[in-house]
Design a binder for this molecule. Sequence first.
Ligand code: DAH
Length: 341
Amino acid sequence: MKERIDALLADIESLACKTEKEIEEARVRLLGKKGEITRLFEEFRTVAPEMKREYGQKLNQLKNAAAAKIESLKNAVEENVSASSASFDLTKPGEPFPLGSRHPVSIVREEIIGIFRKFGYNVAEGPEIEDDWHVFEALNFPPEHPARDMQDTFFVTSGHNPILLRTHTSSVQVRAMESMPLPIRIVCPGRVFRNEAISARAHCIFHQVEGLYIDENVTFADLKQAILLFAREMFGSDARIRMRPSYFPFTEPSAEVDVSCNICHGKGCNICKGTGWLEILGCGMVDPNVLEASGIDSKKYSGFAFGMGVERIAMLKWQVKDLRNYFENDLRFLREFETSI
Ligand code: DAH
């Protein structure tokens, strides 16, 4: 019996079945009801009692070895099958992976920033949740100043120097003046929030890019030149600008800037409402009070600032008539900008 067990062990060791059918045949031959190992177990009953212990152990080893071998042969065959199945056909063409596209507001924001980078401006950012000092007070809006009504505000806390959602990115201008070495030449892109009723022309969330340049001897002529160069880069080399006197608490003098209508080239159409001009931004010379509030010597330094709405520029660029389109994320709208990346 001992020899037969050893012979079977060697036999199991060298088993090399390649198909499921061959494996099943080997299993039946060894472990089936009439299989060789099953028969040995029957014979075991007749083994002399003093040999039972030794033979019992050997038989169990044999049975376990056979079961393990068959299991591992099965696994090998299964792996082969899945490796060669159709899902691993490396010659198949790839599945196209649909690429998203930039949001039109991002496209225009990047374009605005890119233009000012070329002019030597750096990008500065600040918090969306701000205090009253940075949004209003340091920008020459004292408490109770009627100009605060120009910007309906979402307040987070009340009391002294309340916390609020910034109504304009001019707050970043203040942070820059407080912390950056002079001269300063920055653009500040960001989201702003106003308590406005949502309509085709207004939204409670929108984006601005603020610009600020402070140095010795900065004049209104520098401001005009910067805005003209920007308008030409953004709206085409034949773009013209005009400035209308305006009011902002933080600039003196202040102006609103119109660009010649890029649809009708000044002849008058329904986009420019027949005027030939489109309003694009507000600007002015930084008020000395604002410089002093941030610790800058207004006798030595002067500067200009400007601020524009990104959605507004995007609407003019693509003649989008309803601002709400930018916030609804309707794929049919967003896909129109796929080639504009
Ligand atoms: N902060 C103004 C607004 O939100 C825009 C603006 C106007 C910014 C004039 C400026 C500026 O820096 O000089 O309506």
